[in-house]
Design a binder for this molecule. Structure first.
Ligand code: SF4
Ligand code: SF4
Length: 260
């Protein structure tokens, strides 16, 4: 490491090794900066404003869209930045349905997680929820606009990575929303049901459809012989979920049990 290619984050000297932005550099140094809209495999959007950091001599900047430069002195959790993040979360919560116990994302919701970590215990802003209808037209996904925080992750995933473009931003100002093309239901557009938008959605705004009640109904039907078939990708996806190397095949190790 030479002095010429380093910068300082929260007092730690960190080498710049091709990282695209300060957020990636901070992650490399195991410094956690919250963000909803940054994914290394998606384009930089800079919408959520949670990843702000203080750069000496420059002030507060978004770390996701600030390239690392030698000599920078960066602080990631100053009192000012913590307060800005708290206000951002409160504004999101003022527009967000508060039905966490019944939300499918309840235990994996990033909004819930960041709010808890920042110690947000009240929302000082007037609720502005529009009570939009839930779109459950798709066989694979449920779209609940009342939980959307407009991070744009799903839009970029669908357009940039999946090359489909089934969902996009519509309208302006306070009316801006993420919707399927032409404001239709998801089942009426060219969605290919890949589920990648739900995978990156940080809240319960896009979630996989839940068919568990239908499964129980056939399991409880004595007149039916039930045969289960899983999608091919599950063989490797389950392995990754349990810490196996990417691509490790789990055939013969998958057991379905219904004791719940
Ligand atoms: S399921 Fe796939 S194709 Fe459909 S909206 Fe989501 S990312 Fe796009
Ligand atoms: S649906 Fe989810 S991923 Fe898409 S903009 Fe809303 S919160 Fe973000």
């Amino acid at each position: 490491m030479t002095k010429d290619n380093t910068l300082t984050i929260d007092g730690a000297v960190v080498a710049i090794e091709g990282e695209r932005n300060l957020l990636e550099l901070a992650r490399k140094a195991n410094i956690d900066i919250p963000t909803f809209c940054y994914h290394s495999d998606l384009s930089v959007y800079g919408a959520c404003r949670l990843c702000l950091v203080d750069v000496a001599g420059r002030g507060v900047v978004a770390s996701c869209s600030t390239p690392p430069e030698p000599g920078l002195v960066v602080r990631t959790h100053t009192p000012q930045i913590r307060e800005i993040r708290k206000v951002a979360i409160e504004l999101l919560l003022a527009n967000h349905e508060h039905a966490c116990p019944t939300c499918p994302k309840s235990r994996s919701c990033q909004l819930q997680d960041v709010a808890r970590r920042l110690g947000v215990s009240e929302v000082r802003f007037k609720p502005a929820l529009k009570n939009s209808p839930v779109d459950d037209s798709s066989p694979s996904l449920v779209r609940d606009p009342n939980k959307c925080i407009l991070c744009g992750d799903c839009v970029r995933m669908c357009h940039d990575v999946q090359s489909v473009g089934a969902i996009d931003f519509a309208h302006r100002g306070a009316d801006v929303a993420v919707v399927p093309a032409f404001g239709r239901n998801l089942d009426d557009v060219e969605c290919v049901h890949c589920g990648q938008c739900a995978r990156v959605c940080p809240t319960g705004a896009l979630t996989p459809a839940n068919d568990i009640d239908d499964v129980w109904a056939v399991l409880d039907d004595p007149a039916k012989v039930v045969v289960a078939q899983i999608a091919p990708a599950v063989r490797v996806a389950l392995g990754e979920m349990f810490g196996q190397p990417a691509g490790a095949v789990q055939t013969g190790k998958i057991v379905v049990h219904t004791d719940i």
